[in-house]
Design a protein around this ligand. Sequence first.
Ligand code: NAD
Length: 333
Amino acid sequence: MIYKHLGKTGLKVSAIGFGGSPLGAEFGSVDPDEGRRAVDCAIDNGINYFDVAPYYGRTLAERRLGEFLEGKRDKIILASKAGRYDIADFGFSAERITRSIDESLKRLRTDYVDVYQVHDVEYGKRQQIISEALPAMFKLKQQGKIRFVGITGYPLTPLKEIADTEDIDTVLTYCRYNLMDTTMDDILTPVARRRGVALLNASPLHMRVLTEKGAPHWHPAPQRVFEVAKKVAELCRQRSTTISELAMQFAIAHRDVSITLVGMSKVRHVEANLKVVGTEPAPDLLAEVLEMIKPVANICWKEGLPENDDPGAVEKRTLGMERSTSMQEEREK
Ligand code: NAD
């Protein structure tokens, strides 16, 4: 495993981190035993960063991860979030954030979280994020319930602006640096580098677009993105590799990113992603693939309050209660 500095926190983190949203059945139902084996396999092979949130599976992912990590908590760096609880349920007040950590600690079966993040800042009023949510987290830091404070979100503009003025340790964006979209580097990366804020790149597989299986039905990108991805998958197969391997190689190679956070709930995915660490994409194949992607590259969609839209963002393909019914079923078990 390759380890990197997590900004100025003093922590050393594995180049790939374990994204916990699939454990909450966000991408379809998950066999809990397989999920546990995936977590064990990751820890046994040096992955030391686990990211989760109350939102994933509407607390299911935190509950499962808490169970799977029992007896192993001290081996890993644990990140969770507060502020987002459902598709359209947000709470960025100081009171909600303060209550949220205690709820998360209970589900995660621990007494501290290493990295605590304001989840999807684009859905909050900027004033409230800055004057309530973040100060509440700084207070939790003083109390020892959390060690470091971060923010997460999709549009890059609010992440960049908050990272530029507030005293945060980490900034996480998703679907903004991978084969389909590299705009993280135009907007966020320079600020993170200048401010010494750890940069976390989530969804290197573009939320499953860059896999053989393809996008889940709720994916917000336009259809034409999926069609190009299918052609890329076919080309990769012809070259005796896979689209996900190439996508992971591409993302992990980023020098300013501390952690590439990939969502996993299956041992075979953990093993495939581990195999990629330390390898490089074949230059000819990568060049060909980037050329194929060019007509649909850097298409970003709207998330959050309109004032937080990135320039040129397109309407989302689907809106509302679009998450999988399998997740609903698992929650009700
Ligand atoms: P992703 O791009 O990492 O894709 C995950 C999907 O790809 C899952 O269905 C998984 O089973 C599958 N997969 C993983 N490895 C594979 C492989 N080698 N071959 C084929 N399929 C594979 O998307 P993600 O899970 O949304 O993002 C990663 C993590 O980042 C999340 O789990 C979450 O922890 C974090 N994240 C945070 C935010 C936020 O804070 N706003 C948003 C998105 C993601």
